[in-house]
Design a protein around this ligand. Structure first.
Ligand code: FAD
Ligand code: NDP
Length: 512
């Protein structure tokens, strides 16, 4: 029996955890080795140290085909949520400057243009400061950190080498695999040579110019929107439908909102070739899978946003006997792999949401179960999420389709409405796509199954409702909640029209 298990059976405390940690030293070099210093690995490692465990964390970033590299902290900090949110904000500010004129601001230069290089520098400076704070935090918390790839030699031993130096080995009682993923490239000529991905765009040293974004998931739509918002002609190539897996009505509204802002779409289309022309621009050949028509166009930048693959290939998982599926690791409800002392958290897990807060909470809860006697499992249900487009789309719980599939069309009620944000009136911003809906059970107090919102600051709006939904929110409670006026979030407390009624969901006035 492991020392930590013994400790848990004895009803451990933090102070005796430390003494058992030192006893554990006899058998293994560490209590926990974490492979990957991103959202999941860092959260897990830091929490484990708080419970007295001796923790070593490996993190290493291989450069992209275009040569981009970054520091400690993983995808979210370096090439994901954080730089994306900053570029999203830069793009929103472009809209806001024009609105400011309508509000009476004297903005002298009407030909306002963003400075891409300055934006990239600002974004990268912020990231570097986060990398530094992350390192200091690890040092303060006494999580040992090695900037190297780690790979299994056997189920308890990890091999690594620092900066091309000799191979070294460490052993650990537990191993947590938190290696995340990286963007995929399509298997076509010129893809890696001439295309870039989200790993490159946030530090791209030249202006993107006319851009083709291939893929219509989160990364594709968000990137297309911030690029268009920054003034670049942008086309999204869609293989099947936009935001597959999301509520269809909301996804289609989002696409219409993007089209209204000038983002172009190539539907049911896949690329077949990218080649550099004499003038340095990129010729992309593509095929419409519905009409079978071949076509081509020229772009300055091609951005692949076709999903991500799990980074299992450098782990030598066969040496540890860990089971995988596609390029992900299969775990049970405790995040344990088929090898009981080896766990996986974050994006590398098969079949779980690839979101930073999911990675963080699951990593933290795992550490508490391993080292602090906790029994709490990660609840992957009803995770709220936001697509950061100019009008953002945020949702929690079931899509309308999922609710129909699960409960049956006759057993659900959909409350919906368009609304007009007060601040949109003066600059005469389009309110055509400001829409929200609540999908609920039809009987009793009408338990809410899903909430969907397109509009300003959607993530901020849905976060609180996500807690309410997790606590069993009903339509009755929602409609008995007093709104905060004038906000857009209050629209959820005014949802009185059901789809079934056939009544017009367009608002008549702002305050009735
Ligand atoms: P990662 O953060 O990827 O960390 C894994 C680390 O392990 C990496 O540093 C990797 O280089 C390293 N590594 C790999 N193999 C090894 C090895 N063998 N040894 C040592 N180290 C190794 N999520 C949100 O919630 N909100 C958002 O707005 C959002 N925006 C995003 C935008 C983009 C463009 C992208 C790409 C993702 C976005 N995400 C967002 C998703 C979020 O970034 C991920 O879910 C999250 O970073 C996953 O964390 P992780 O710890 O599992 O993996
Ligand atoms: P997604 O899996 O969400 O989307 C991939 C897109 O690429 C789909 O539209 C897919 O089409 C298309 N595609 C796949 N393969 C090909 C191909 N060979 N040729 C053409 N098109 C193709 O991946 P993303 O990269 O957008 O995002 C990865 C994950 O990162 C997300 O699942 C999300 O969890 C996370 N993320 C979260 C964000 C947030 O929280 N705001 C932001 C960004 C990322 P099809 O539907 O036909 O398969």
């Amino acid at each position: 029996m492991s020392l930590w298990k013994l400790l848990r059976i004895c009803g451990s405390s933090r102070s005796n955890a430390l003494s058992v940690a030192s006893l554990g030293k006899a058998k293994y070099d560490y209590d926990l080795v974490v492979l990957g210093g991103g959202s999941a690995g860092l959260a897990c490692g830091k929490e484990a140290v708080d419970s007295g465990a001796r923790v070593l964390c490996f993190d290493y970033v291989k450069s992209t085909p275009a040569g981009t590299k970054w520091g400690l902290g993983g995808t979210c900090v370096n090439v994901g949520c954080i730089p994306k949110k900053l570029m999203h904000q830069a793009s929103l500010l472009g809209e806001a400057v024009h609105e400011a004129v309508a509000y009476g601001w004297n903005v002298n230069d009407q030909n306002i243009k963003p400075d891409w290089k300055k934006l990239v520098n600002s974004v990268q400076s912020h990231i570097k400061s986060v990398n530094w704070v992350t390192r200091v935090d690890l040092r303060d918390k006494k999580v040992e950190y090695v900037n190297s790839m780690g790979a299994f030699v056997d189920p308890h031993t990890i091999e690594y080498s620092v900066k091309g130096g000799p191979k070294q080995r460490v052993s650990s009682e537990y191993v947590v695999v938190a290696v995340g993923g990286r963007p995929r490239y399509p298997p076509i000529l010129g893809a890696t040579e001439f295309g870039i991905t989200s790993d490159d765009i946030f530090s791209y040293d030249k202006e993107p110019g006319r851009t083709l974004v291939v893929g219509a998931g989160y990364v594709g739509l968000e990137s297309a929107c911030f690029l268009k918002g920054l003034g670049y002609d942008t086309t999204v190539m869609v293989r099947s439908i936009v935001l597959r897996g999301f509520d269809r009505q909301m996804s289609e509204l989002l696409e219409a909102m993007m089209s209204e802002r000038g983002v172009k779409f190539l539907h049911t289309t896949i690329p077949s070739l990218v080649e550099r022309q004499g003038d340095g621009r990129l010729l992309v050949k593509y095929r419409n899978t519905t009409t079978k028509k071949e076509d081509s166009d020229t772009f300055d930048t091609v951005l692949w946003a076709i999903g991500r693959k799990g980074l299992i290939e450098d782990l030598n998982l066969p040496a540890a006997g860990v089971q995988t599926k596609n390029d992900k690791i299969v775990v049970d409800a405790t995040e344990a792999t088929n090898v009981p002392h080896i766990f996986a958290v974050g994006d590398i897990i098969y079949g779980r949401p690839e979101l930073s807060p999911v990675a963080i909470l699951s990593g933290r809860l795992l550490a508490r179960r391993l080292f602090a006697g906790s029994k709490q499992l990660m609840d992957y249900a009803d995770v709220a999420t936001t697509v950061f487009t100019p009008l953002e789309y945020s949702c929690v719980g079931m899509s309308e389709e999922m609710a129909i599939q699960t409960h049956g069309q006759d057993n659900i009620e959909v409350f919906h409405g368009y609304y007009k944000p007060t601040e949109f009136f003066i600059p005469q911003k389009s309110v055509r796509h400001c829409y929200l809906k609540a999908v609920a059970e039809i009987t009793g107090d009408q338990k809410i199954l899903g909430l969907h919102y397109i509009g300003p600051v959607a993530g901020e709006v849905i976060q609180g409702f996500a807690a309410a939904l997790k606590s069993g929110l009903t339509v009755k409670t929602l409609l008995n909640t007093v709104g905060i006026h004038p906000t857009t979030a209050e629209e959820f407390t005014r949802l009185s029209i059901t789809k079934r009624s056939g009544r017009d969901p367009k608002p008549s006035s702002c305050c009735s």
